[in-house]
Design a protein around this ligand. Structure first.
Ligand SMILES: Nc1ncnc2c1ncn2[C@@H]1O[C@H](COP(=O)(O)OP(=O)(O)OP(=O)(O)O)[C@@H](O)[C@H]1O
Ligand SMILES: [Mg+2]
Length: 259
């Protein structure tokens, strides 16, 4: 989707949520909310509602980012901690794109048919991938909960504004080294290849780099894991080269990571 459409969708959802917020009834009486239902279908609204009842969140505050296949919301829990909710949209799910990261991963050998099931599996896969890294103290966004197509995670940022990604940050050589260290630890400690590792999916925080968007990450036993790893290293190398750094040859890096 173009940035323009993204922005339109974003402001549309934002408006609905803010209107509701002013009435103090966020996601209450959502049945009447036709426009929001156009973006989030009824089962998704029910899932959000269940998450409120289960006290995973208290309310939803606004939209962080609306993309074609997912919308990320800023929610708040009962202790007033910010929570990020990534809602995978069932209506625009691209099975062709995702299947290559599902089929062949030994952890997800049982794939139920049907778009909805595949979207749910995808959300669970992102949650599992985050957990596998988080348990090893690899700096990724902390996973909180997954339910159907909704993934709850620690909110990275302040007042609903996300941390800057590498893309929007000033870069030093140590960012390159940290990036490669992330890829190495994904591989060696979490047995994973990110699969979508780029300046778009890494926050640069005052405590260092934090990776996110792990839906595409595959087990290293996946038949294409090496290809995905090479692509991850090539992509991040290109980014740092564009930013004017002199970077080691990706081929040597791949050997280092898999050694
Ligand atoms: N935990 C979080 N805390 C704060 N902001 C977040 C968080 N997760 C995601 N975001 C924001 O939402 C944006 C989109 O998130 P993400 O990259 O996971 O989705 P996506 O790019 O739509 O996914 P995909 O690449 O699978 O289409 C991020 O660029 C970031 O600004
Ligand atoms: Mg992303």
């Amino acid at each position: 989707m173009s940035d323009d459409l993204d922005r339109k969708l974003e402001s549309k959802i934002e408006k609905i949520l803010i209107d509701k917020q002013h009435r103090g009834k966020i996601f209450d009486g959502f049945d009447k909310n036709k426009t929001l239902n156009d973006v989030l279908d009824k089962p998704t609204m029910m899932t959000l509602y269940d998450m409120i009842n289960d006290e995973i969140i208290s309310y939803v505050n606004g939209v962080i980012k609306a993309g074609k296949e997912s919308v990320v919301f800023w929610a708040v829990d009962k202790n007033k901690n910010d929570v990020a909710l990534k809602v995978y949209l069932v209506s625009t799910s691209n099975f062709k794109k995702r299947s290559q990261y599902l089929i062949g991963d030994p952890r997800f050998s049982r794939i139920k048919k049907g778009t909805r099931n595949i979207v749910y599996l995808w959300a669970r896969k992102e949650f599992t991938n985050l957990n596998q890294c988080y348990e090893k103290n690899i700096p990724v966004v902390k996973p909180i909960h997954v339910s159907k197509n909704v993934l709850a995670m620690e909110f990275m940022g302040k007042n609903g504004v996300p941390e800057k990604r590498l893309l929007e940050s000033e870069i030093e050589y140590s960012d390159y080294e940290e990036s490669i260290e992330l890829i190495r630890r994904f591989y060696q400690e979490a047995n994973l290849v990110h699969g979508d590792f780029s300046e778009y999916n890494i926050f640069k925080t005052s405590d260092g780099l934090v990776a996110f968007d792990l839906g595409s990450a595959v087990d290293i036993e996946h038949p294409n894991s090496k290809t995905f790893l090479e692509r991850d290293i090539n992509n991040i190398t290109k980014f740092f080269v564009r930013r004017g750094l002199t970077i080691p040859n990706p081929l040597d890096v791949i050997n280092e990571v898999t050694k």
